[in-house]
Design a protein around this ligand. Structure first.
Ligand code: ATP
Ligand code: MG
Length: 324
């Protein structure tokens, strides 16, 4: 299962004097997808690369499950962490199968188990193994290569997966599709995923937690629904976008029953009850007042029509067409 990653007073000063990280202390929760977002140069990549020791802190320490990474064997550490970089990084003279099997081979898995794993992963991202296993990276589209990059990071069954802007080179449609696949995948595998992006829509859509960085520091860390409700400062507010926040409110006037597509059948506790005619806005206020994160939605005749997580509700509102 996933692991908790802890940064304790981490500062990174490069040789030229650039201070890329300034005294960062943060816990990245276990089994959750945490998105790091912030302007270019704010230190996102540097922060992520400290986890698998591609960078070392000038001061402070990074821990995985309470063990300092500086005391771990660096080769083993990197094999135990999946890493997806923006440039994909498939090895051109190896087939797709060989690319995905890289880490399992390093880990010494037997051939049969590895082959099975490769096939299972390809199926997971809708690339039929019989068609794709024996192709070379150049024979795949950008989006298909990107998918292979993602599953390759999963191949050795790592507890932690680092993804640095993995979808940024894709067209909007492939991108949305891959975001969707990543969400479904995470519902199955529950890894500790750290995901860097520039894109707030992407962050709100896929994140369990969002960390907003500026200039080597963390400005705010929160769940998407908290971030929309409360911004710690003007920078965060501006970064999310005044327009996004304003546009959300007209949608929030609509009755909750219109968002039935995010309802679940089984109760999510602890919840609070609302009528299906209540507006999203009213529902959000009620959640705040009662300090709950889920709703039971009932009709006037008391029949329960479903349950919904605050986060899913938020995603439904932000995903409404014509928004922006
Ligand atoms: N090897 C290096 N030597 C000197 N400065 C560096 C080095 N690597 C990164 N930096 C600087 O550290 C700061 C943070 O860089 P980093 O790559 O972490 O930013 P980022 O948030 O990932 O940006 P982007 O969104 O553009 O990828 C930047 O000012 C960058 O120029
Ligand atoms: Mg970067």
């Amino acid at each position: 299962m996933g692991k908790i990653i802890r940064f304790e007073r981490v500062t990174k000063r490069f040789k030229d004097g650039t201070e890329a990280l300034k005294n960062i202390t943060v816990d990245i929760p276990k089994n959750k997808l945490t998105v790091i977002i912030g302007p270019s140069g704010s230190g996102k990549t540097t922060l992520m690369r400290m986890i698998n020791r591609l960078e070392n802190p000038t001061e402070g320490e990074v821990f995985i499950d309470d063990k300092p990474v500086s005391k771990m064997n660096v080769v083993e550490l990197r094999r135990s962490i999946g890493y997806v970089i923006q440039q994909i990084g498939l090895i051109p003279h190896m087939t797709i199968e060989e690319n995905i099997a890289l880490v399992p081979n390093l880990l010494g898995w037997d051939k049969k188990k590895t082959k099975q794993r490769v096939q299972e992963l390809l199926e997971m991202v809708n690339l039929p193994p019989e068609t794709y296993m024996h192709k070379y990276p150049v024979e795949l589209s950008g989006g298909q290569q990107q998918r292979v990059g993602v599953i390759r990071a999963l191949a050795g069954d790592p507890d932690i997966i680092l993804m640095d802007e993995p979808f940024s080179a894709l067209d909007p449609i492939s991108r949305e599709q891959l975001q969707h696949e990543l969400k479904l995948l995470q519902q199955k595998i529950h890894k500790t995923i750290v995901f860097v992006t520039h894109d707030m829509d992407e962050a709100l859509d896929i994140a369990d937690y969002i960390i907003i960085m500026r200039d080597g520091k963390i400005e705010q860390m929160a769940m998407p629904e908290e971030l929309i409700k409360r911004q710690k400062n003007a920078f965060v507010r501006e970064f999310i976008g005044e327009k996004r926040l304003e546009n959300m409110w007209p949608v929030a006037e609509r009755p909750i029953r219109e968002f039935k597509h995010v309802f679940k059948r089984n109760p999510i506790e602890p919840y609070t009850s609302v009528l299906d005619t209540a507006s999203i806005k009213e529902a959000v206020r009620l959640l705040e007042k009662e300090d709950k994160h889920a709703l039971e939605v009932k009709r006037k005749d008391e029949k329960v029509i479903g349950y919904v997580h605050a986060a899913d509700l938020l995603k439904a509102i932000t995903g409404v067409k014509g928004f922006e």
